[in-house]
Design a protein around this ligand. Structure first.
Ligand SMILES: NC(=O)c1ccc[n+]([C@@H]2O[C@H](COP(=O)([O-])OP(=O)(O)OC[C@H]3O[C@@H](n4cnc5c(N)ncnc54)[C@H](O)[C@@H]3O)[C@@H](O)[C@H]2O)c1
Ligand SMILES: [Zn+2]
Length: 371
């Protein structure tokens, strides 16, 4: 294994994300840097709300609040149950009930310490309390670090569907500490890695090469290597959302593997696979379909990466017919049938419809290989 520091320049310690009302930094640093970074981001010490969940609190809450208190902040922690069910109206209400009596004002920051559930829920509370409180994202899952904490989307679920209630509320600051990934349960880790691999497959930068060169070190969560791959993985999302501010529709390429993935999640029953697991299988299907739609395309690197990404044990008997029917009602469909993000070559994605017969063939191929 080559040392990451010898073969390429050090990763940036900061990525600036422009948006229509300003910009915010994504800082790659340990949790105890938070007070200094908040001060640099223009947040003046006083009260701050820290929202986290019951899994994250015992491991990281003190590491966050102690340096803040030492820097003159009064921290008000709120610990919620862990899990997707917490992204609900009732837990949003709980947050309002806890926060409003604290005599906050419009400068009181809300710090979201946790995964995408905490970030989306606390972010939506910040977006709506007093018509908008400053939000600081401190993502502690790989999905949150490379995806949900960046881009400004916040929200909650409704029985009618996921993420149906929400707001665009860009953070003031994102602080990403690769060290927090050490304690992620294995399934959460691999689920996040699926989104990192997705970023590598839809972008032409250095990420795919970095992942291939350092795969073993990544899988063993070696800190220096994680610190090396996180900035380029975040940069892919940043580039896509920044471009999409101009309404190019480019954000859709982030859905690579997701048309199949959403159908697999739904047909197997939500909770059978994590979102990332379903996307890992969905990307294999989308790559197979890419080869059928774009014969002769050079997809060797994409194929290599996807074969390395572990997929979960098969726990379903989804037929091609059921899958095609489920994708027909996918929210990303157009008049010509379901739309897929396909690859012209590794790093170059495009949106296309595909013949039903090809979709069936791809599913049957991947299912027969899926042990
Ligand atoms: N806003 C967006 O743009 C966007 C993008 C992608 C996903 N999302 C949302 O993100 C959510 C999924 O995010 P997630 O996978 O982070 O879910 P999550 O917040 O439920 O975290 C997964 C699990 O890991 C635990 N955990 C978090 N950090 C940990 C750590 N460092 N060590 C040990 N355990 C830890 C959590 O308690 C939880 O049990 C979904 O609700 C999805 O809709 C939002
Ligand atoms: Zn996803």
């Amino acid at each position: 294994m080559r040392s990451p520091s010898r073969e390429s320049p050090p990763p940036p310690a900061l990525i600036n994300v422009p948006h229509h009302r300003g910009r915010y930094p994504v800082v790659f640093a340990p949790l105890d840097r938070l007070p200094a970074e908040m001060s640099d981001a223009g947040l003046k010490s006083g009260k701050c709300i820290v929202v986290t969940d019951e899994n994250v609190a015992p491991v990281y809450l003190k590491s966050l609040t102690e340096p803040l208190e030492a820097a003159g902040w009064t921290t008000m922690p709120i610990v919620l149950p862990a899990g997707e069910e917490t992204k609900s109206l009732s837990h949003l209400g709980t947050l309002y009930d806890h926060i409003l009596p604290l005599e906050i004002d419009r400068r009181t920051p809300v710090i979201a310490l946790g995964g995408g559930v905490t970030g989306d829920l606390a972010g939506f509370a910040a977006a709506t309390l007093l018509r908008g409180l400053p939000l600081v994202q401190v993502p502690t899952t790989l999905i949150a670090q490379v995806d949900s904490a960046v881009g400004g989307k916040t929200g909650i679920n409704h029985p009618a569907g996921k993420n149906l209630i929400g707001a665009f509320h860009p953070p003031h600051l994102v602080l990403t500490d690769a060290g927090t990934l050490a304690t992620l349960p294995e399934r959460e880790w691999v689920s996040g890695l699926a989104e990192v691999v997705k970023h590598a497959l839809i972008s032409e930068g250095e990420l795919a090469g970095l992942l291939l060169d350092h795969w073993e070190a990544i899988m063993s969560r070696e800190q220096a290597t994680l610190a090396r791959i996180l900035p380029p993985a975040v940069q892919v999302k940043v580039d896509v959302v920044v471009e999409d501010e101009h309404e190019t529709g480019r954000r859709a390429i982030l859905n690579f593997g997701h048309t199949f993935g959403h159908a697999i999640e739904r047909l197997s029953g939500y909770g059978t696979y994590t979102h990332g697991e379903a996307v890992a299988v969905g990307m294999r299907c989308a790559l197979d379909l890419s080869k059928r739609v774009n014969p002769g395309a050079d997809l060797a690197v994409a194929t290599d990466l996807l074969q390395r990404l572990p997929i979960p044990p098969r726990r379903n008997t989804i037929t091609a017919e059921a899958l095609v029917a489920a994708m027909g009602v996918d929210k990303k469909r157009d008049a010509a049938g379901p739309r897929f993000v396909l690859l012209k070559r590794t790093g170059v994605a495009h949106l296309a419809s595909a013949d039903e017969s090809l979709i069936r063939e791809s599913w049957n191929t991947i299912q027969s290989e899926w042990m």
